[in-house]
Ligand binder design. Structure first.
Ligand code: GLP
Length: 243
């Protein structure tokens, strides 16, 4: 695991965007695993800039997103599809057919999960997976638990996660109770993983995830055994780690 300490959020975003841009340049038909949340917003802005100045081309890239709220239509402004569309997809030359996000409207949980696992498999797996980090150490929507769940599944969101994500909704009551998320094996199978974290309020999660013991109580801790993980974190997020 490589840990890159950046001065601030902006430097973190540029650094991580450059890693993703390098992947696209080196493998134009790469499969990018993408994440939502506030943390990657700066990365998407930078990738759009790099695209507009002609440095990267998304025409052969495929994307798979980590997760989606269950029950939300793609067109719902709170869906992760809308998040991705507004921040990245509509600004670059990605082929609409190459964009993959779990179907939040699928009520048949087994079908939704199996279809998403098959979609990832048919693409030949993820080349580079971008991850944010939840305050409780979650990745995707893999919440603290007594086990790691391998594949795509439907998860009951913890109250702390719903509370944390309520800033994107009018109130916490509007945050869906469930979501579809890639599982830990889906994530661990990615060839490269880039985790981005910023802010002092993630410092405990960073210490427990990357410097603590490996436990499903802190789902991100499993990343310690992946062969190619780069954590790009700002000074504040690393403030509780000695290294
Ligand atoms: C959500 C997403 C995660 C994300 C996390 C942290 O729960 N499902 O993929 O990493 O939030 O979000 P933020 O970057 O807004 O702190």
């Amino acid at each position: 695991m490589r840990i890159i300490k950046t001065k601030n959020y902006d430097e973190m975003s540029r650094y991580a965007a450059n890693i993703i841009a390098a992947e696209i340049i080196q493998k134009p038909n790469c499969v990018l695993g993408l994440a939502t949340g506030e943390t990657p917003e700066g990365i998407y802005k930078r990738l759009v800039q790099l695209f507009k100045q002609g440095d990267i081309d998304f025409s052969s890239v495929s994307t798979v997103n980590l997760d989606e709220y269950k029950g939300l239509e793609r067109t719902d402004s709170h869906s992760y599809y809308s998040y991705m569309h507004n921040r990245l997809f509509k600004h670059v030359n990605l082929n609409e057919k190459s964009i993959n996000i779990p179907d939040g409207t699928q009520r048949d949980v087994k079908k939704a999960c199996e279809e998403y696992d098959k979609c990832i498999q048919d693409l030949g797996g993820v080349d580079l997976q971008l991850l944010g980090l939840g305050h409780n150490g979650h990745i995707g929507f893999n919440e603290p638990s007594d086990r790691f769940i391998a594949k795509t599944h439907c998860v009951n969101l913890s109250s702390s996660t719903r509370e944390a994500n309520s800033r994107f909704f009018s109130s916490v009551h509007d945050v869906p109770m469930q979501a579809y998320t890639m599982g830990i094996l889906n994530i661990m199978k990615a060839k490269k993983i880039v985790v981005v974290v910023n802010g002092e309020n993630k410092a405990d999660a960073v210490r427990e995830s990357f410097f603590g013991s490996i436990t499903p109580k802190v789902q991100a801790s499993i990343l310690q055994v992946h062969p190619d993980v780069t954590v790009v974190a700002d000074e504040a997020a690393l403030s509780k780690c000695k290294f």
